[in-house]
Design a protein. Structure first.
Length: 106
């Protein structure tokens, strides 16, 4: 246990920040899971409505990741990696659905 007032305050501040960070990280993970589920659903049944849902989920996940970066909860590179993995997942599904739209190497 802490021996002085400043150490007690640091313990309180650290706990407050830990709880706030945990809620942000949990929200980011939840939104990423919702996005992955939406992409899987879209890959099984590609309709414009499901594509709209995927884009909505992606925007929500991107927004929460950006806010976590801004608040210092996630490192910038960590957030960029998460956003990249989300975009890559949709790109892979689109490549499977539209194989003729692949770029031609020169």
């Amino acid at each position: 246990m802490a021996n002085n007032k400043s150490a007690l305050k640091r313990i309180k501040v650290a706990e407050r920040n830990r709880v706030r960070n945990k809620t942000y990280k949990s929200a980011v993970k939840t939104l990423m899971k919702k996005y992955v589920a939406a992409v899987d659903n879209y890959s099984r049944q590609p309709t414009p409505e499901l594509l709209q849902e995927v884009e909505t989920c992606m925007a929500a996940a991107y927004s929460k990741i950006d806010k976590a970066i801004k608040c210092g909860i996630l490192h910038a590179n960590n957030g960029a990696r998460k956003k990249s993995s989300l975009a890559r997942r949709l790109k892979q599904v689109n490549a499977k659905l539209n194989p003729s739209s692949e770029p031609v190497a020169s």
